[in-house]
Ligand binder design. Structure first.
Ligand code: PLP
Length: 515
């Protein structure tokens, strides 16, 4: 069983939300702009979900605009604020928290350049606990035009001091944007009370599908639509509404408002504690970057000294535990976390940090099982002999050096049967055999020793390297090709796609072991 612990990146869709979306696609598919009965029913649904959004956010006036997600909401808010500053001839600085999601500083930079405003852009420093430096903010508030602060951080779970920020901005003319993505359904934002001008939200972080979100705009706050056309959303956001997404979001709001589906904060704190204890037992040197008392009860950010994030994530993945390093957007690039750097962590700590995040609808027994698997991961790493793996310089990509799962399947049915080599580290191989591929074990970190042996094999025997994602095996194939052996390959997409494609059965293999 795979255990998904990356809820801050995205969540599965709640069964009720899926059912609501399907009902809209199959039966209530009317366009809310149409005046016949189908259209009127769609309009009623749209209005009902907007009313529920108001109840969830506890706001009675201002706009709720449905968007494609938070990134669009952020663009809309930033564009609105900048056009307002321009119209007023004000040259206020654009301030954003140093740990904001990239969408915020990138939107500020982009629209500032597109509009030719050239307003100063400054990051609000944060302390070692990840919270904004309120004294700094107070000092710069008078000269600010727009201030952007997230409600809770996606990498560490740190909850911002919104009351303190509101106080620091009390005498400021600045507009205030609060990115509410990670707070939706978890924290009461008290938007109206705190005079927050803009708050973008995203459905897919709270069990609705991707492609639906909403933007709250305070009554009287400047607003300019980002998308114009048919005048939908009272002209605030044109384009036929994403009714399936809106219906799904409505079902999530029902679950929030009616109770019974999502765990309460106390229960989630206890679950997080259980996971943390398991991690500490498995990795006694664990360094925690999430200050527990001031963070979302669903998030843990930690590092294990001497073990890179990539190494740790490979290990967890082999145990069927899906965690991530930093934010989902930068995960593919494996950069050291800018959030942890802003919190004063060293380069090593920022490069080793891993995020665990679960959701309020997760099953307690599954989380307990995850805790058991962490113990197995710790034991496997100790058995392998923990130590940093060499950092490998990137090699230029090579065309035609990878096989798809279908090509490997076909090759396995031919003679000579290819030699399959698993280049994952030994701890990973111990946690999960290579989907029964009967592979020879040769961890990438020890590949040098095995190269001469493969070079000596008959030229017509294909050698195919496999790993978790296809990255390490591509490197192994390149190294062997550089050493002069042409007939070698990697498995594109790695064992992740091989098992997902159900290739185990086709290859007559045994199912993947799960710890
Ligand atoms: N803000 C925060 C804090 C996030 O975590 C994310 C998603 O990763 C976003 C903004 C962007 O949200 P969306 O994916 O809906 O565009």
């Amino acid at each position: 069983m795979e255990i998904y612990l990356d809820a801050n990146a995205t969540t599965p869709v709640l069964p009720q939300a899926r059912a609501a979306a399907l009902a809209v696609m199959e039966q209530h598919f009317g366009n809310p702009g149409s005046t016949h009965a189908h259209g009127l029913r769609a309009r009623a649904l749209l209005d009902a979900v907007r009313a529920k959004a108001r109840r969830v956010l506890d706001v009675h006036d201002g706009r709720i605009v449905f968007t494609s997600g938070a990134t669009e909401g952020i663009q809309t808010a930033v564009l609105s604020a900048l056009l307002h500053l321009r119209a007023q001839g004000r040259r206020g600085a654009l301030l954003y928290g140093a740990t904001e999601h990239k969408a915020v500083p990138e939107a500020l930079r982009h629209w500032n350049a597109v509009l030719g405003l050239d307003l100063p852009l400054r990051a609000i420093p944060v302390g070692p606990d990840g919270r904004h430096d309120l004294a700094w903010l107070h000092q710069h508030a008078r000269d600010a035009g727009l201030v952007c602060t997230m409600a809770a951080n996606n990498e560490t779970g740190v909850i911002s001091e919104l009351d303190g920020i509101a106080q620091a901005l009390a005498d400021s003319p600045a507009l205030w944007l609060v990115d509410g993505v990670q707070a939706l359904g978890k924290l009461a934002l008290r938007l109206a009370e705190r005079r927050i001008d803009y708050a973008p939200f995203s459905g897919h972080k709270l069990y609705a599908p991707k492609g639906i979100g909403m933007l709250y705009v305070r009554a009287g706050a400047p607003f300019t639509p980002l998308i114009v056309g048919g005048g939908q959303e009272q002209g605030a956001r044109s384009g036929t509404e994403n009714m399936a997404g809106i219906a799904a979001l409505g079902a999530v709001f029902d679950a929030l408002l009616d109770g019974g589906v999502f765990a309460g904060a106390a229960q989630m704190r206890a679950q997080r504690e259980q996971l943390l204890q398991a991690l500490r037992a498995a990795f006694p040197q664990l360094q925690l970057h999430t200050p527990l008392a001031i963070s979302l009860p669903t998030t843990l950010n930690f590092s294990v000294p001497g073990v890179s994030a990539a190494q740790l994530l490979d290990l967890f993945d082999a145990a069927g535990l899906r965690l991530s390093g930093g934010s989902a957007c930068s995960a593919a690039r494996a950069l050291p976390s800018a959030v942890l750097k802003a919190m004063g962590r060293t380069d090593d700590e920022a490069a080793q940090a891993v995020r665990l995040s679960f959701g309020a609808a997760d099953d307690a027994s599954v989380l307990a099982r995850a805790a058991e698997r962490f113990a197995a991961c710790g034991a496997a790493l100790r058995a392998q002999g923990a130590g940093p793996l060499p950092t490998l310089a990137p090699l230029p990509p090579q065309a035609d050096a990878a096989w798809t799962p279908a090509q490997l399947r076909a090759a396995l049915a031919r003679t000579p049967r290819p030699l399959v080599v698993d280049v994952r580290e030994l701890a990973e191989q111990q946690l999960a055999p290579a989907c029964g591929l009967a592979a020879e074990a040769a961890p990438l970190s020890q590949l040098d020793q095995a190269l001469p042996r493969w070079q000596a094999l008959p030229a017509e025997l294909p050698v195919v390297f496999v790993c978790r994602s296809g990255a390490r095996s591509a490197r192994a194939a390149q190294l062997l090709r550089q050493a002069g052996r042409a007939s070698c390959w990697s498995l594109a997409g790695g064992l992740a796609l091989w098992s997902a494609a159900g290739a185990d059965q086709d290859a007559g293999a045994t199912p993947q072991a799960v710890v």
